[in-house]
Design a protein around this ligand. Structure first.
Ligand code: 13P
Length: 300
C-alpha cells in the first residue's frame, strides 16, 4: 500500500492535482486527501483551488459541483459508477412538472442533485446551510428537492410552506427510532448526533442534528466522552482521530453507503495516470447551475 501512496503523491505533483475526499470515504482515501470535508467544504475548496486537476473522492454530484464551480479545471471521479440514489430520485422533467404545479414557489435543491436539476433551481443548499438558505428567500412557498427528510427538518425552523419531493437517502433511512432508543439505553451517557437525512422521528429524538462536518465539530467541542453517531460509518475515522480518548458508537449497522466505498487508492492512481473518467458539465447547464450554487455560497 505504501507504494501506491507514493505513486499517487508523484502523480499528484506531475498533474498538479488535489484530492478532495468526502467524510464518508474509506480511511486510506481520507488519509491521502488534501481536504476531507462535507459537501459545502468540498464545493468551497473546488471554487478556489489553484490546482489544474481535482480528484473528487466522493460521488458523482460532488464531482459535478466541482466542475460547475471550477470549469477550467479537469475534474476526475475515480469510479464512474459512484452515484447517489437520492440525487437520482428526481430528474429535470419531473422538476419542471412540479414547478408548473407551484408557479409562485422558489425551488431550493439540496446539493445531492444532478447538474440539470441545479440548473432548474433558484438556489442550492447543503445540510449545513439548508435553513439559512430557505430563510434568505422572500418567497412564502418553497419547493424543496429531492430529500424529504431534510425538507421536514427545515420545516421545523421556518414559517414558510415547504413542499417536499419524496426522495430519500437509503442509508440514513435505515436508522430507526427503535435503534436510537436501544443505543441510548446501552450508552445512557452518550450524546446522539445524527444527519438531517435521517427520518424525522430520529432527528427529533437526537441531541444534535447536523452535516457531517457539523457532527465532527460538535464532537470536538463537546465535554461529553461518548457519542452515538447517526450517519455513514466513514465519519468514524476522523471522529476517532480528532478525539483520542472519546468513544464513538455507530447508531445502526446499516450505516454504510456502497457508492462512497467504490473509491479506492488504486482507482485514484489509475484516474491520475489515465486522466479519466472526467466529469464535465455541459456549458449551457453549467452556467445556470453555477448561479444556484453561487447564490448558496453567498448566503452561507
Ligand atoms: P454532508 O454535506 O453533511 O457531508 O452530507 C453529504 C451527504 O451526501 C450525506 O449523505
Amino acid at each position: 500500500m505504501q507504494e501506491l501512496v507514493k505513486e499517487i503523491e508523484e502523480l499528484k505533483k506531475e498533474r498538479q492535482a488535489v484530492i478532495l475526499a468526502h467524510n464518508y470515504q474509506q480511511d486510506v482515501v481520507q488519509d491521502i486527501a488534501d481536504l476531507v470535508g462535507d459537501s459545502l467544504e468540498l464545493s468551497r475548496y473546488a471554487a478556489k483551488t489553484e490546482a489544474k486537476v481535482i480528484v473528487l473522492a466522493g460521488v458523482r454530484f460532488m464531482a459535478e459541483s466541482a466542475s460547475i464551480l471550477a470549469p477550467d479545471k479537469t475534474v476526475l471521479l475515480p469510479d464512474i459508477f459512484a452515484g447517489c440514489p437520492l440525487a437520482e430520485s428526481i430528474d429535470v422533467q419531473e422538476l419542471k412538472r412540479e414547478k408548473e404545479k407551484y408557479p409562485d414557489a422558489a425551488v431550493v435543491c439540496y446539493v445531492n442533485s444532478s447538474a440539470e436539476v441545479k440548473a432548474e433551481s433558484d438556489i442550492c443548499c447543503t445540510s449545513s446551510n439548508a435553513v439559512k438558505v430557505v430563510q434568505s428567500l422572500p418567497h412564502r412557498r418553497i419547493l424543496f428537492v429531492p430529500d424529504r427528510n431534510l425538507a421536514s427538518y427545515v420545516a421545523r425552523f421556518t414559517d414558510k410552506e415547504i413542499i417536499p419531493w419524496p426522495g430519500l437517502c437509503v442509508t440514513h433511512y435505515r436508522v430507526t427510532l427503535e435503534e436510537l432508543e436501544e443505543a441510548r439505553a446501552a450508552h445512557p451517557q452518550a450524546k446522539i448526533l445524527v444527519h438531517p437525512e435521517c427520518r424525522p422521528e430520529v432527528t427529533e429524538a437526537a441531541d444534535f442534528v447536523g452535516s457531517t462536518s457539523a457532527i465532527l465539530k460538535y464532537a470536538r467541542e463537546s465535554d461529553a466522552q461518548e457519542f452515538i453517531i447517526g450517519t455513514e460509518m466513514g465519519i468514524l475515522h476522523r471522529l476517532e482521530q480528532e478525539n483520542p480518548g472519546k468513544k464513538f458508537y455507530l447508531l445502526s449497522p446499516g450505516l454504510i453507503c456502497p457508492n462512497m466505498k467504490l473509491t479506492t487508492l488504486s482507482k485514484i492512481a489509475q484516474c491520475l495516470k489515465e486522466m479519466r473518467p472526467v466529469i464535465k458539465v455541459p456549458e449551457d447547464i453549467r452556467v445556470r447551475a453555477y448561479q444556484a450554487l453561487e447564490r448558496m455560497l453567498e448566503v452561507a
